[in-house]
Design a protein around this ligand. Structure first.
Ligand code: C2O
Ligand code: CU
Length: 461
């Protein structure tokens, strides 16, 4: 493990908690009460998914839709969502990226009792800051069954102009019930219909049947209609369980305007890559009439790309679909510059965690942070108002999109809540201000890694 700016990391056991904490500062943000501006009810139940016309399979959905209904509210509005659980399993909803009060963060056993079958639970919070988010179940592998949907919190005063606003949710499509490899030595035996095949050495992705955009396979692509000369804002969400997507729109540059919902100085690129849990907004200028592909390739899989069609009115036929738009430039984190820097994360951190990410060594399929597999893992303890730094070194060959609940963090000059740590000793440093007391999960958003232990609780003491 390395040192950072002369600071010795290593914070698994920190002495001296409890006595010097200011008790009053540890109070979590209060639950939002009073009248909601928007009230929604989401019922989780069995449902049929038909990503292509000739396919149908029963899975779990919100409101019978896949993806779940788009929730769209104004920044600062109070949103109240009643989750009704019609599944024969426990469930929760997590508001991915929104720094909600801890009590409504939706993490079973950490922030709430899971919602029992036939029970309901109401999540009420102020929708802020503006941004592109999504919501999903935080129980086991339920997200991979379809319990997810987009959440858009609109700016009252956007820093970019646009005429259209389209949400584009990319996902990997798994028929049947997802399962973890139950035994590394089994070599693929005993998996459910959607199991991962139990590869012992590598990190085998589940046998995805296809890649989806807004719930559709490429045979039956959604269409985004625009008018020549207009500016189109796309809100791209990687809601997949285990896929890193490379995204581009043929014939057009992407002007990336937001990373994980946070505004950035616009960057023009040909494509960007994003991992599970990340979001990018990009504005496209409709100055090249025709029909084009909005396309996402699995960078770590070999399924055919997810595809939608961008079309200018009165024109059809896809023009030069395989031609990349321009230079082939791909967005890098270093290109991202937050419009407003994150407060309180400059200079020397008050506390640093130096963490390794790796595959567990035992007989069972586990993924670890600093050698520990959640839930048998020590919490990372912090004090309110500290500037906390987390440095990660990825000792495995695969990328880990690491997500922090309840806070945004600074990575380089960007502000994000999910960041990919590249494989083969890739390193990432993130900094955040401990400004939202509670118990928060910090984890890999590859659902199979999360479910196999790649998580820690960050606990305010
Ligand atoms: Cu998308 Cu722990 O969350
Ligand atoms: Cu991972």
């Amino acid at each position: 493990a390395s040192t950072l700016g002369g600071l010795a990391g290593c914070a698994s056991q920190l002495p001296g908690f409890g006595d010097d904490a200011d008790g009053s500062a540890v109070t979590p943000r209060p639950t939002v009460t009073g009248d909601a501006d928007t009230t929604v009810s989401l019922t989780a139940s069995d449902g049929a998914i038909r990503p292509a016309t000739d396919q149908s399979t029963t899975t779990w959905l919100y409101e019978g839709q896949f993806p779940g209904p788009e929730l769209r509210v104004q920044e600062g509005d109070v949103l109240s969502v009643e989750l009704n659980n019609d599944l024969d399993a426990e469930t929760t909803i997590h508001w991915h990226g929104v720094p909600v009060p801890n009590s409504v963060d939706g993490v079973p056993e950490v922030t709430q009792e899971p919602v029992a079958s036939s029970d309901s639970f109401t999540y009420t919070f102020r929708a802020e800051p503006a941004g592109t988010y999504f919501y999903h179940s935080h129980v086991g592998l339920q997200l991979d069954r379809g319990l997810l949907g987009p959440l858009v919190v609109e700016e009252r005063d956007p820093h970019v102009e646009y005429d259209y606003d389209y949400v584009v949710v990319f996902d990997d499509y798994l028929p049947g019930e997802p399962t973890l490899p139950s035994d590394e030595g089994a070599g693929g035996g005993g998996m459910g219909g959607g199991g991962m095949g139990g590869g012992m050495m590598g990190d085998v992705r589940p046998p995805y049947e296809g890649l989806l955009v807004n719930g559709q396979l490429p045979e039956d692509p959604p269409t985004f209609d625009v008018t020549e000369g207009d500016r189109v804002r796309f809100r791209f969400v990687n809601a997949s369980s285990a896929t890193v997507f490379g995204v581009r729109i043929t014939g057009h540059e992407l002007n990336v305007t937001h990373a994980d919902g946070r505004p950035v100085d616009p960057v023009a690129v040909d494509s960007f890559a994003f991992g599970a849990g990340e979001r990018y907004d990009a504005v496209v200028e409709a100055t090249n009439p025709g029909s084009w592909f909005v396309q996402a390739d699995a960078l770590d899989g070999d399924e055919p790309p997810a595809r939608a069609v961008l079309t200018y009115d009165q024109l059809d036929g896809v023009r030069n679909p395989e031609t990349p738009s321009s230079s082939g430039t791909r967005l890098r984190y270093e290109d991202l510059r937050a419009v407003t820097p994150l407060d309180g994360v400059d200079g020397t951190p008050d506390r640093t965690f130096d963490l390794t990410l790796s595959r567990g060594r035992g007989q069972s399929y586990t993924w670890t942070i600093d050698g520990q597999a959640y839930p048998d893992a020590d919490p990372l303890r912090i004090h309110p108002d500290e500037h906390v730094r987390i440095h990660m070194e990825n000792q495995s060959p695969v990328v880990h999109p690491m997500h922090l609940h309840g806070h945004f963090f600074r990575v380089g000059d960007a502000i994000k809540d999910t960041v990919m740590v590249p494989g083969h000793m890739g390193e990432v440093t993130l900094d955040f201000r401990a400004d939202n007391p509670g118990r928060w999960l910090f984890h890999c958003h590859n659902l199979y890694h999360l479910d196999a232990g790649m998580a820690r609780v960050i606990e305010y003491v």
